[in-house]
Write a protein that binds this ligand. Structure first.
Ligand code: FAD
Length: 392
């Protein structure tokens, strides 16, 4: 039996690693020149620095992430942040720290208020909390990439159960030391090749033929593969690509994220030891300082996604200048728009996410499948592991 995995994002990579560990013969087909999909880094010529397509944060409770990093020998490529989140309210210039202890009352109350069975927007449950505007609302946007008055309370509850309601360590943020590809992607490709898997980059799937419940033929740019009776296919592409091959998949609207990277003439003073700051009342929500590069993430970025890059950069720069109290403008700027960064996690869209088993020899993987988690690294890796378990 050969397992053909289409898409070398984190879902495809984790599925491939688990499948080779189970003794399967694996071919991983990636359409782009570079693996990693929505979680990748590259040397950006405008800045002369390695940048991530978007600064990714994981938390201590992301067990699939840490297991994966261990499997590929990359567990030392992450740095822990503080257990408290430093925040700056740009409207009032107030700096404060969101510590679990300080928010204990609100966190305990949220355990009672969040629904257990019937889904509704997060704001229905937490909207009257005294810390809604300055804590729950921005936290929900960061976790779900969907505004709290639209985002699914059941999915958010599942995240809280694993993190804030559990322990300080489970909620602790972690960031990559160098770049996403250096931590998550290149070591995974090396581990796969070492284990005997075939990795084909720059070779997109163009058509998938089926006979009833079975996938029968895969046509790539380089070759057409007739599937044998025991062969299996894991389709680990983004939802919009998967639906091109499987039109019966449900409609799953997406939510954008924009990242703005500024190269500075001198490394700016980091806002704190952790090198990152949550922003309230500005255009973006998170500011990161890595050496002489300042990066800002705008989640739920529908309001800015269609603006020209220069206009977005100008808006975000005002926040950076105020937050870091710097006047010298950046020497170079790069705006990265990810129009389909994640699903738009409303209760209605959550109910439509498909299960991974799609046909007799066809399995779906990707952060958009029904993992119960928001579209995150943890969700994508979990879906890859589940897909691999269905090959057994
Ligand atoms: C800007 C941004 C910021 C984010 N921030 C965070 C964060 O802070 N924390 C967090 O946990 N998550 C974050 N995420 C989410 C996380 O990156 C994704 O959930 C995860 O990377 C999705 O992985 P995936 O494998 O499901 O999909 P993808 O990464 O989309 O992988 C799919 C792969 O399929 C390939 N492909 C497409 N078409 C074809 C074809 N025809 N043939 C072959 N291959 C094909 C693609 O090139 C891609 O490599 C962020 C995402 C973005 C975009």
């Amino acid at each position: 039996m050969t397992v053909h995995i289409v898409g070398a994002g984190l879902a495809g990579l984790s599925c491939a690693l688990a499948a080779v560990d189970d003794g399967h013969q694996v071919v991983l087909h990636e359409g782009a020149r570079q693996a990693g999909g929505r979680s990748r880094s590259w040397p950006e010529p405008t800045l002369g620095r390695i940048v991530d397509n978007g600064t990714h944060m994981v938390v201590g409770a992301n067990y699939a992430v840490f297991d994966y990093l261990k499997r590929i020998g990359s567990e030392n490529s992450m740095i822990p942040g503080p257990t408290a989140f430093p925040m700056l309210d740009l409207r009032t210039n107030r700096i404060w720290t969101a510590t679990p202890l300080r928010l204990l009352g609100s966190v305990l109350a949220s355990m009672w208020r969040m629904p257990r069975d019937t889904d509704s927007p997060i704001s229905d449950a937490l909207g009257r909390s005294k810390n809604y505007r300055r804590f729950w609302d921005p936290l929900a946007l960061a976790v779900m990439n969907t505004p709290a008055d639209k985002a699914s309370a059941l999915v958010f509850r599942r995240v809280l159960q694993r993190t804030l309601w559990k322990s300080q360590k489970a909620s602790q943020p972690w960031l990559v030391k160098e770049g996403l590809s250096e931590s998550f992607i290149q070591p995974a490709i090396a581990a796969l090749e070492k284990a005997g898997a075939v990795v084909r980059l720059n070779d997109p799937l163009r058509s998938l033929e089926r006979d009833g419940d079975r996938a029968t033929k895969l046509a790539f740019d380089s070759e057409t593969i007739e599937l044998g009776p025991d062969d299996k296919v894991v389709l680990a592409t983004p939802w919009v690509v998967a639906r091109g091959f499987l039109p019966e998949l449900p409609d799953l609207p997406a939510s954008p994220i924009v990242n703005v990277h500024f190269r500075m003439a001198e490394p700016p003073p980091p806002p704190n030891k952790a090198g990152f700051l949550g922003l309230l009342g500005g255009t973006g929500e998170w500011l990161f300082v890595r050496g002489d590069v300042v990066s800002v993430t705008i989640s739920g970025a529908a309001k800015v996604i269609d603006l020209p890059g220069e206009d977005i950069a100008a808006l975000v720069w005002q926040d950076v200048a105020r937050a870091l109290q710097i006047e010298t403008p950046p020497t170079a700027t790069r705006v990265i728009k990810e129009k389909r960064a994640t699903l738009y996690h409303t209760p209605e869209i959550e109910a439509r996410r498909p299960a991974p088993r799609f046909g007799e020899n066809l399995i779906l993987a990707g952060d958009w499948t029904a993992t119960g988690l928001p579209c995150t690294l943890e969700g994508a890796l979990t879906s890859g592991n589940v897909a691999a378990s269905l090959l057994r």
